[in-house]
Design a protein around this ligand. Structure first.
Ligand code: OOG
Ligand code: NI
Length: 461
């Protein structure tokens, strides 16, 4: 047992510091990402200045403080062992695997989870999360190439010796002190750093690339370089329109639901991956295209019922478009999306009453006054009707498989429209991970319930 428990740095604090270092590293590696951050900061300030109600809302929910903090990044891993160790690494920062995303039906040979904080108080401190994909080597149909890829992956070690020691120390002692935490952050960063020296010859790279650019991106390099970081904006349509004016090339369409008065789930867009110089083992002037920048706008977390409606309306939109969204049909796609989503109620009251979204309940001024006078109605519903309890939607903290596939595809080039019959399996992913992924819907339901319990405790005290 450690005698220094009190000097442990909170996982949320390690996560906060880590995400800052990660952002600095990525800005230095991909300067265009820095330009994107400037644009997002400008647009957010402008929205806040023009819509005081938006600022009030963010203040009330605690999101105001976390707004300018990094929201998420993404990595792609090659082996089950890498996934199992990355789970232990993220655990040091209080990040757990939440959700399972199978992208193979969309022609992307990976399956994924998101490592993130799971308690609302912890998310408030730092919402930083990492969308983590595991390459599905079984989907490579050429056996010789598959063997080459798995041999290459078996040879690499993506973690420093010191980070392994610190992970073990965290596991056995239950935490890390100030100096060890800072060292952990620096050592962990090494796993995500970009290395322009590939580990393969130019011919090997070409073979991997021909199979799928994603396979080359994972197999041909020393480690799982962070491939994008994603700040949160309050107006994604403005960012999409502004990007070209600043020499940033956006993907064709914004993924996710359409623009609404009451945002739901997650809307995302990105700037296209940059062509970067790399050195193959036999040739120094190669190039590779993988890293990009992304922007997201988050809205309400949906219940299973709300999510089913979302999935249905999105599927109907795509069916009517009858093609993948692209530059050519972008306008029509947006129109269709808006038309179809008219069937999704656009007020918090309707979303609440039809149980389409999860909410955080809170005691109002009126509720506190009534409690002081012992003049409270009984049930939760009565308390709400009487205006003693109010609610607002919980922010969606996760990802969307169709959107993720769209983000992947826009950064893999148009030649990469592969189709895979074999579908991935969650059981296999969890075996690799070494534990089940958490169910995101259960987490929202728990957060909602905690807020109800808290209201009742305050009012009935
Ligand atoms: C991940 C793409 C998915 C998101 O935000 O949905 C993603 C990747 O390109 O590795 O980041
Ligand atoms: Ni992303």
């Amino acid at each position: 047992m450690s005698t220094h428990t009190s000097s442990f740095i909170e996982p949320a604090e390690i996560r906060t510091r880590f995400s800052r270092f990660m952002s600095d590293m990525y800005q230095a590696e991909v300067p265009l990402y820095g330009d994107l951050l400037d644009l997002v900061a400008e647009v957010n300030q402008d929205v806040l200045a023009r819509c005081p109600e938006v600022e009030q809302h963010l203040q009330r929910t605690g999101e105001f403080e976390r707004l300018s903090m990094e929201r998420h990044g993404a990595i792609r891993l090659g082996t089950a062992a890498e996934l199992a160790t990355i789970r232990r690494l993220f655990a040091v920062m209080g990040m757990q695997p939440v959700g399972y995303y199978d992208l193979s039906p969309a022609g992307v040979p990976v399956h994924s989870t998101a490592f993130r904080a799971i308690h609302e108080k912890d998310l408030q401190k730092s919402p930083f999360r990492v969308f983590t994909s595991l390459l599905h080597l079984e989907l490579i149909d050429d056996p010789a190439l598959r063997k080459m890829a798995s041999d290459m992956l078996a040879k690499r070690n993506i973690f420093t010796e010191r980070v392994m020691e610190l992970i073990e120390q965290h596991e056995t002692e239950g935490g890390l002190n100030e100096a060890d935490s800072n060292e952990f952050i620096q050592e962990a960063l090494e796993t995500f750093r970009w290395h322009k020296e590939a580990t393969v010859t130019s011919a090997e790279y070409d073979r991997l690339h021909e199979q799928h650019r994603l396979i080359a991106d994972v197999v041909a390099f020393k480690g799982p370089h962070i491939n994008h970081l994603t700040p949160r904006t309050l107006d994604i349509d403005r960012i999409q329109a502004e990007m070209p004016k600043r020499g940033i090339t956006p993907k064709a369409v914004v993924e996710g639901p359409p623009r609404r008065k009451c945002p739901i789930l997650l809307r995302q867009t990105s700037f296209k991956a940059l062509q970067e110089k790399v050195a193959f083992t036999d040739q120094s002037n190669g190039s590779h295209t993988a890293r990009f920048g992304e922007i997201e706008q988050r809205g309400a977390a949906l219940t299973p019922k709300g999510r089913a409606l979302y999935d249905q309306l999105l599927a109907n939109t795509r069916k009517e478009l009858n093609a993948l969204p692209s530059e050519e049909n972008a306008e029509r796609y947006t129109e269709l999306l808006e038309q179809h989503f008219q069937a999704f109620p656009d007020s918090h009251a309707a979303m609440h009453d039809q149980q389409l979204a999860y909410f955080r309940y809170f005691v109002t001024r009126k509720g506190l006054d009534a409690a002081a006078e012992k003049a409270l109605p009984g049930t939760l519903n009565e308390l709400m009707t009487a205006g003693c309890i109010d609610y607002e939607p919980l922010v969606y903290e996760d990802f969307l498989p169709v959107s993720a596939a769209g983000i992947f595809q826009s950064n893999l080039g148009d030649s990469a429209q592969a189709h895979y019959d074999a579908s991935s399996s969650q059981a296999e992913f969890q075996n690799a991970l070494g534990q089940p992924v958490m169910n995101e819907l259960a987490l929202y339901a728990e957060t909602q319930q905690r807020s109800i319990d808290e209201c009742l405790a305050i009012l009935k005290a």
